[in-house]
Write a protein that binds this ligand. Sequence first.
Ligand SMILES: [Zn+2]
Length: 249
Amino acid sequence: MRLAGPRSFIQFSIALALGARLAVAATLPMRAASDSDEIALGAALAAKFDSDRGVAATLQSQRIEAYLQRVADSLGKHTKRKLPWKVHYDPHPGIKSGFALPGGHIVIWGGVLSYMSTEDELAAIIAHEIEHTDDGQVNRRIDSLVTTKHRDVRNHSKLTWQEFGATYGVVLEKRCDFEGAKLAVASGYSPLGYKMLLSSYVALAKVHDPSAPPPQAIVDRVTQIEQEIASEHWESLTTTHPLRLPLSG
Ligand SMILES: [Zn+2]
């Protein structure tokens, strides 16, 4: 008795292929926001950010923002997602960090710039924020807001920029350093930018509170970039570029 001729084999193969495709589809859930939805949401939240925080463009802040943008542009040539990476500069000196809004929008605060002496450190923080988006973390946060809080990605008034400023947790913050360092190196920067910037946080914590233990999460990130420099054989990439903030002289 002939059980399986060529035709049934082909049908079986097609069924297998369809099954595989369905399995892949099952592991890749639909994103709540298309790229264009995400870009529009990010632009709306950036405008709200400026309004809420009283960020008014001055000639000085515009020139600094344009400089930050040039660094973002050079990093953006090496990202997986092709988004219009756009830096928003808030000159407030009291906040020493940045964060990623949807669609490639990135906020950088003035406080962190005062820690830096090299453009490589600036590339490090911008690359870190780009990675939150390029790695899909921002997408997953949007998905979570849609599914758990029933937000509509096209109803911008129901979403807040603060929801994207919260940390992604130790593991993902380290991942953004790890992948961001690759982005920075691909763009011609030294990975020492990460080590210098993170070490500045550790050093200044000690200056301001000598009796407190060093911030372990940051110390671990310094260790991680040291290990990455060794594993990626980046030891020779020690040449850094001076920070060229406009109007500094
Ligand atoms: Zn981060």
